[in-house]
Design a protein around this ligand. Structure first.
Ligand SMILES: [Zn+2]
Ligand SMILES: [Zn+2]
Length: 362
């Protein structure tokens, strides 16, 4: 005869059957459990064991054609080390990253070819206006910035990204508690109910961007999101005219890892937001599956503006499509939060959210 040993969901000790209460009891923490509930808990755990975990990304990388290479100019910045490309008609005189004039032509080493480009919608004049407007009616800004804010440099830069699209499945089991305290005669009784809660869902992600340039801070680029890929054009060297593009130099495996993290975080938040009304909720098993994701390289437009104050350089970045602005000026609380946390682009990525398998027991 097979015997099943039930473990206490609260503390992990073995449970024994209490004949008087007709329940399983834990001698270690004093919890009691209905046999039926324990059976359901085991069922739930078994079902999620069958869930396929893992992510699989197919990257599109076609490489530059010889003809494109002929129409592309490459140079390196000997000041900051940036590797930049532009088209044959653009005379590059300074580095789009650091503004240094010490840029030298370089041999083009064919790397990742952008598949599409979001062109600039924000003009240079408009970028300057956005910079000036930023300081108006800002109460939390340091006094240093109250007047005479001059643009030191303004540069037009395309930032390389990998864009990830997939249908992701998540299966998360939570351990939750509800605590109730009441008086009975001379006793104060605290009753804790334990729950196993399982949530499963599917989320479609479309063009989730991951910064592919080492030179741009991920926190900065993520706080400029979202971009709208419906304006994107197929890549031709001419789109770089008058601008510079940074080379995609982050290893694709690292970009995939970052996409996995963002997808996991987004799905954890979505599923967790449906588990309500408990004193404590702890995920005990989190499984995410992306069976056939795809990603492709793209260029996104950004204006970079620097301003100098008391010998320090501050950077403003403006989304060249949407006018979204971010900067590293301290004390401006809402902007600082955006800068440090990186505003999550989950809202643009999540198109559908289907809840299924909502199981609860007590
Ligand atoms: Zn126990
Ligand atoms: Zn530079």
């Amino acid at each position: 005869m097979a015997t099943i040993t039930y473990k206490c969901p609260s503390c992990g000790s073995s449970l024994t059957f209490d004949g008087n209460a007709k329940e399983m009891a834990c001698s270690s923490c004093g919890s009691q459990f209905e046999v039926e509930a324990l059976k359901q808990a085991i069922e739930i755990e078994k079902e999620s064991e069958n869930f396929n975990e893992g992510t699989n990304w197919q990257a599109k990388d076609e490489g530059f054609s010889d003809e494109e290479l002929n129409r592309t100019r490459t140079f390196n910045c000997s000041s900051c080390g940036a590797e930049l490309i532009t088209d044959e008609t653009t005379v590059a005189t300074e580095c789009a990253f650091c503004g240094s004039p010490s840029i030298i032509p370089a041999q083009f080493t064919p790397g990742t070819r952008p598949d599409s480009v979001i062109p600039f919608k924000v003009s240079k004049d408009r970028a300057v206006e956005l910079f000036k407007n930023y300081f108006k009616n800002k109460k939390l800004i340091p006094n240093l910035f109250k007047k005479n804010n001059q643009i030191d440099e303004i540069r037009k830069l395309y930032v390389p990204y990998w864009l990830f699209s997939c249908t992701a499945d998540a299966d998360i089991t939570y351990s939750a508690k509800r605590v109730r305290s009441f008086r009975r005669g001379n006793y104060r009784i605290t009753q804790t109910r334990h729950y196993r809660i399982r949530r499963a869902g599917t989320v479609d992600f479309k063009d989730l961007p991951v910064d592919a340039s080492e030179k741009t801070d991920n926190k900065l680029t993520e706080s400029l999101e979202p971009y709208n890929t419906k304006d994107a054009l197929p890549y031709v060297p001419e789109v770089l005219s008058g601008a510079q593009a940074s080379r995609a130099d982050v290893a694709i495996e690292d970009s995939k890892k970052r996409a996995d993290e963002r997808i996991a975080r987004s799905m954890q938040n979505e599923l967790r937001s449906t588990v309500l009304g408990y004193e404590s909720v702890v995920p005990i098993s989190t499984k995410i599956n992306v069976p056939d994701g795809t990603c492709y390289p793209a260029l996104y437009p950004m204006w970079l503006i620097t301003t100098k104050k008391a010998d320090k350089t501050y950077t403003f970045a403006i989304n060249g499509q949407t006018e979204q602005l971010t900067c590293d000026i301290p004390m401006s609380v809402p902007k600082a939060i955006g800068w440090f946390l990186g505003i999550f682009a989950g809202s643009s990525a999540i198109i559908t959210f289907i809840m299924s398998l909502i199981l609860q027991f007590r």
